[in-house]
Design a protein around this ligand. Structure first.
Ligand SMILES: Cc1cc2nc3c(=O)[nH]c(=O)nc-3n(C[C@H](O)[C@H](O)[C@H](O)COP(=O)(O)OP(=O)(O)OC[C@H]3O[C@@H](n4cnc5c(N)ncnc54)[C@H](O)[C@@H]3O)c2cc1C
Length: 500
């Protein structure tokens, strides 16, 4: 085994890892050594081809289709330099105040989260989308909401120089999204942080990690030779994303046991509804996600967002078969889409575990609240489509797969709890949260409000695994904000933590 020594090791380079790396990079100027170990490759700009299946296989963990143990939901997250920020859409929302209050983490205030969020809004060029990038798929959502008296809000987004290719979730081919791969990681590297790609951390030991570098024919070659490594560090920061951080911590035989480890996992389970118009609309080019409606967030616990997926994902999202299925897809340029995101509550039963080989497994049960949210959201989304002039709507959880405009007064009868058959309807998730939650002590959580693992002072988490419950909105801004806080805590205590 090849041995190496660093002051700080950061595991993962996504929203959390990229932020913490840049925030700690000033320590390199004081002679401290910092390495980011990233499982995936660093893709070259020309490798972002925008081809759907090719990109799913290259950029996502398990091609974006990690199935829950009950085979009822797929979980999508990125693997590579920048983590899921390579493939996110870049909608940039602040954590609502009531969520921070519900989290009730000792010492962590809403004001603190928001002050840090503001910093990343500026850094990532967050702004309201220019009108010329809003296509009809999005505009029809606004029109439908207006007609029903619902409030369609414009998303703040973090793009710069968007050419409207619509390929955000396949990794932007024009480098327009301001993910950590474009902003924070290059800055960290300039300051002296080493980023080692193709490097999977297998285990955390006492002030060290075991990792393996394997070269794949993807992206830039790694800076370390292929092989197994033992890397000693004074501080280890886990930023593998909620699923992989939880799995890594469980594989690691830590000296303290945490009943909450892997538990209280939330993920905003999502359903996509697809409507067909009588004539073509602009849909697959232009920015895919412009509007959202949070009118039902507090009362019924869901958000409605515009979205546009490419043919393979759309085929997967439509829960019918045969000629009906083909007819929808054949008319791709006439399709309009709405994404339903349920705000799921953190319950201990929903958790990440590991199999015999140490690979993550997601045990997830849909609560009645989530099912109720799906029913209500599908009814409202169907009405928005019809108000916008759609001819028919594909509703995954309805008694018939396609509701024609002439049947719209029957929506409530067609979309019911009884018809919501989990495992039969295509549910996906892209917002993994929790598993190493912040809290009071090791009886209720894994870390304190500064991301420091209880009773293991050299070990930190700084990613979405820290969330004590769901963020109830798109989460990446809050991930960056919390990672910024973890970095500040480490910087402030560097004298003790990094002492020889
Ligand atoms: C398709 C998609 C669209 C999204 N759109 C939005 C959006 O518009 N707005 C929003 O707010 N959020 C969005 N999100 C969610 C957002 O991207 C995530 O919440 C955020 O990136 C999570 O940050 P993280 O640091 O926890 O994990 P990630 O960003 O996923 O990074 C984790 C990194 O750790 C690496 N890693 C894992 N395990 C190991 C290991 N053992 N050794 C070494 N490296 C490891 C992984 O390869 C990965 O690169 C989206 C997500 C997806 C998948």
């Amino acid at each position: 085994m090849i041995e190496k020594d660093y002051d700080i090791i950061i595991i993962g380079s996504g929203a959390g890892g990229g932020t913490v790396a840049r925030e700690l990079s000033a320590l390199c100027g004081e002679g401290k050594t910092i390495a980011v170990l990233e499982w995936g490759p660093k893709f070259r700009d020309e490798e972002f081809t925008g081809r759907e299946l090719q990109m799913a296989n290259k950029l996502y963990f398990e091609s974006g289709g990690l199935l829950t143990e009950g085979r009822e939901m797929t979980c999508a997250f990125g693997r590579g330099y920048g983590g899921s920020t390579m493939v996110y859409t870049g909608t940039s929302i602040e954590l609502p105040e009531h969520v921070a209050e519900r989290w009730a983490v000792p010492g962590l205030t809403y004001a603190d989260i928001i002050a840090r969020t503001q910093k990343y809004k500026q850094e990532n060029n967050v702004h309201i989308l220019d009108d010329n990038l809003i296509n009809e798929n999005n505009e029809l959502f606004r029109i439908g909401c207006d007609k029903l008296g619902l409030n369609a809000r414009k998303f703040p987004v973090n793009i710069k120089g968007c050419l409207g290719s619509g390929a955000c979730n396949m990794g932007c081919p024009n480098q327009a999204k301001q993910g950590t791969n474009r902003v924070q990681l290059p800055q960290a590297e300039q300051q002296g942080v080493e980023v080692v790609t193709h490097c999977r951390v297998e285990k955390i030991g006492e002030r060290c990690v075991e990792a393996e570098v394997k070269t794949l024919p993807l992206g830039e070659p790694p800076s370390w030779a292929p092989g197994r490594y033992l890397i000693r560090a004074k501080v280890v920061i886990v930023c593998g994303g909620a699923v992989n951080s939880s799995a890594l911590m469980q594989r690691s035989n830590l000296p303290v046991s945490f009943p909450a480890l892997g538990r209280f996992f939330t993920c905003h389970p999502a359903l996509t509804l697809v409507a067909q118009h009588d004539k073509p609309i602009t849909n697959f080019y232009g920015f895919p996600k412009t509007y959202y409606c949070d009118d039902f967030e507090k009362s019924e616990h869901y958000l409605l967002e515009t979205c546009m997926y490419f043919p393979f994902t759309t085929a997967k999202n439509i829960a019918s078969f045969g000629p009906e299925h083909s007819a929808f897809l054949a008319d791709f340029t006439r399709l309009q889409m709405i994404l339903v995101l349920a705000s799921d509550k953190a319950i201990p039963e929903n958790r990440i575990t590991v199999d015999d080989d140490g690979n993550p497994q997601v045990d997830y049960t849909f609560t009645d609240d989530v099912k109720k949210a799906f029913v209500s959201a599908q009814r409202v989304a169907a009405r928005i489509f019809f108000a916008a002039g759609a001819a028919r709507v594909h509703v995954p959880g309805a008694s018939i797969p396609v509701i024609e405009a002439s049947m719209q007064d029957k929506i409530d009868e067609l979309v019911t709890m009884r018809e919501l058959r989990m495992g039969k309807i295509p549910i996906s998730s892209a917002h993994m949260m929790g598993g190493c939650r912040m809290g009071r002590d090791s009886s209720d959580s894994v870390t304190n409000g500064w991301g420091q693992v209880h009773d293991i002072p050299w070990l930190f988490c700084a990613d979405s695994s820290l969330f004590p419950g769901s963020s109830e909105v798109n989460p990446y801004m809050t991930v960056m904000s919390l990672a910024d806080r973890v970095a500040e805590g480490i910087r402030d205590n560097a004298g003790t933590l990094l002492a020889a």
